[in-house]
Design a protein around this ligand. Structure first.
Ligand code: PEP
Length: 251
């Protein structure tokens, strides 16, 4: 009942020429895929060019971040209305690289989630523990704090639209994927937390992506888990062949 959603996070990679070439290949190789929702998140500077390539296709345009004020004296920031104007339908919020390198907190993530909803963007809300937190047995305590903090004062009407991405920090860009059982355990915990916050019906609707070294050869096994509803893919989304194989995991 939850349509899988597979999104590529291109991070800080690709010039306009490279990004439009990759987007063109994906539009061709993914044409006709209807059983999986698809998105790509290029850097800000190439959004309009990539928007022109994916327009009318089944590949949606995502942004990697946003600021929570619509316009004004915030040098270097980009707002939700600007991302909508550039053709984005979704925005990644609270990626661990932003929490780690750019000081994002549960409070700033909460403001960004609210700003995304206010601009009509669907947020992909990232949560996940570090290796030290996992080794200390604090995985779920950390994820619970992140989910509750991020969703503070967000009404059910908005929360129902959210996509959560569980991305254990130790698995991102490291080649170490969580085992399907490790991922499923946290996904189920996130879903029951959503049920406590918003009720079971809403929790059953929300898609929870897994992220962390997803590749063509591990996606099918991960997707067999009942609470895994897709993937947020970093490195393997930068090549048309590997991202296509991941999206077409059902064959
Ligand atoms: C990510 O950036 O969200 C990610 C999961 O990266 P990778 O697939 O490279 O681990």
């Amino acid at each position: 009942m939850r349509k899988p959603f597979i999104a590529g996070n291109w991070k800080m990679n690709l010039t306009t020429r490279e990004a439009t070439a990759l987007a063109k290949k994906l539009v061709e190789s993914l044409a006709g895929v209807t059983q999986v929702e698809i998105g790509i998140a290029p850097v800000y500077t190439v959004l309009p060019a990539v928007a022109a390539v994916v327009r009318g296709s089944n590949v949606q345009l995502l942004a990697q971040n946003l600021f929570w004020v619509d316009s004004g004296a915030y040098t270097g920031e980009v707002s939700g209305p600007m991302l909508k104007d550039a053709g984005c339908s979704h925005v990644i919020v609270g990626h661990s690289e932003r929490r780690q390198h750019f000081g994002e907190t549960d409070e700033s993530v909460n403001k960004k989630l609210k700003a995304a909803f206010a601009s009509g963007l669907v947020p992909i809300f990232c949560v996940g523990e570090t290796l030290a937190e996992r080794e200390q047995g604090r995985t779920f305590a950390v994820v619970e704090r992140q989910v509750k903090g991020g969703l503070q004062d967000i009404p059910a009407t908005d929360a129902a639209k959210i996509v959560v991405a569980y991305e254990p920090v130790w698995a991102i860009g490291t080649g170490k994927t969580a085992t399907p059982a490790q991922a499923q355990e946290v996904h189920a915990q996130i879903r029951s937390l959503l049920a406590r916050l918003y009720g079971q019906e809403l929790a059953d609707q929300v898609r929870i992506q897994y992220g962390g070294s997803v590749k063509a050869d591990n996606i099918a096994e991960l997707m067999q888990q009942p609470d895994l509803d897709g993937a947020l893919v970093g490195g393997a989304s930068l090549k048309a062949d590997s991202f296509t194989a991941i999206v077409r995991f059902q064959g």
